[in-house]
Design a binder for this molecule. Structure first.
Ligand code: PMV
Length: 345
């Protein structure tokens, strides 16, 4: 018997960053993010009963319809760990087909959307095989996604998700992310994220290597403490709708992430001169206009410009007039807070 499942799943951008891990993909500090409306991976998995007793997971993988052997080791590693939780990976051959709605290496975390979509498909297939609904479906998909890529566990919910045991968030866990939309002020549910592509191409440090650099980092313990404090503060801000405090905290978080990279050994300077120019322009614009627009950064040079919907016109004029000149070929990607994954079968 063949079983099939298709899901789309968004990427996400963290406001308090996960950088540093322990054990099996458990976070060294808690993080919070929102999913992006227009950075989506769509994955279909076809499961066919295995006839042999080959212990290793068996799968094929097509990306945009083409074989992608370079992705195989990561998928195999993920399926091997995931097979301890889902029997279907041991009993079936998996034909995986995936495509992204956004360019690869654009600084958008494609591993989050990809591992999210694959985990949702696998959990759906397991449900079909078991013939019963899993009442903790999204929590289990988040748990599974975490095993593939930590930040992916925050991608299986709509809007905002928190990951990591934290005293301010009831039911929070290191093992899976939780949906925190009920506490979010409407102004933050209307956030736009314009990603300015000042750099395209492969990352100079993979996240696996980056997380590893925190193991012997002289500032690691303090950073984990500060990140958790930032989350306490941000929770309050997200609840009360204080956009000025939001801008200050979110920018500081992004710079903490890069400070950790710069001061690790070896150290990485992931920002480019264009990144700094854009940061200065955003800060000057905010000061002069009084509008709540700010930036965050991922582990790369590209800038996420964040602002609420009601000031979109003014901010997009500013982006066009002053920021696009710093982007490679004038490229940028527009997102709002996304509505989360979709089951497509
Ligand atoms: O999920 P990973 O292992 O790719 O790590 C992602 C880390 C950051 O994107 C830099 C921050 C975050 O919390 O998403």
């Amino acid at each position: 018997m063949e079983l099939k499942s298709t899901w789309s799943c968004p990427s996400n951008i963290a406001l308090v960053k996960y950088w540093g891990k322990k054990g099996l993909q458990l976070p060294a500090n808690s993080s919070i993010s929102f999913v992006l409306s227009d950075a989506i991976t769509t994955t279909t998995v076809l499961a066919k009963v295995k006839n042999d007793l080959e212990p290793e997971p068996q799968f094929s993988f097509l990306f945009h319809g083409e074989p992608q052997p370079s992705f195989h080791p990561k998928i195999l590693k993920f399926l091997t760990v995931a097979s301890e939780h889902l029997s279907i990976i041991n009993t079936h051959i998996l034909e995986i087909q995936s495509s992204n709605s956004f360019p690869h290496s654009s600084g958008i975390a494609s591993s989050a959307s990809a591992m999210g979509a694959l985990s949702l498909c696998l959990c759906s297939l397991q449900e079909k095989l078991d013939g019963e609904e899993d009442e903790n479906f999204f929590r289990n998909a988040s748990f599974l996604a975490r095993l593939g890529s930590g930040s992916a566990c925050r991608s299986v919910y709509p809007g905002f998700a928190e990951w990591g045991k934290h005293h301010s968030f009831e039911n929070s866990s290191d093992e899976f992310a939780i949906d925190v939309n009920s506490i979010i002020h409407p102004i933050f549910k209307s956030l736009n994220d314009v990603v300015l592509l000042v750099e395209t191409g492969e990352k100079s440090v993979s996240s696996t290597a980056g997380h590893g650099l925190l193991t012997n980092h002289p500032y690691a313990a303090k950073r984990f403490e500060v990140a958790n404090e930032h989350l306490t503060l941000l929770q309050e801000i997200l609840m009360n709708g204080d956009t000025d405090a939001f801008c200050r905290l979110v920018e500081s978080e992004a710079l903490h992430l890069h400070a950790m990279m710069m001061t690790s050994s070896p150290g990485f300077m992931l920002m480019k001169p264009e990144t700094l120019h854009v940061i200065e322009k955003i800060r000057t614009f905010r000061e002069q206009s009084g509008l709540p627009v700010c930036f965050t950064l991922d582990a790369g040079a590209n800038i996420h410009v964040l602002f609420p919907e009601h000031i979109k016109q003014q901010v997009m004029d500013f982006v066009h007039n002053q920021l696009i000149a710093y982007c490679k070929n004038g490229a940028y990607l527009c997102n709002v807070v996304g509505s989360g994954p979709n089951k497509l079968d």
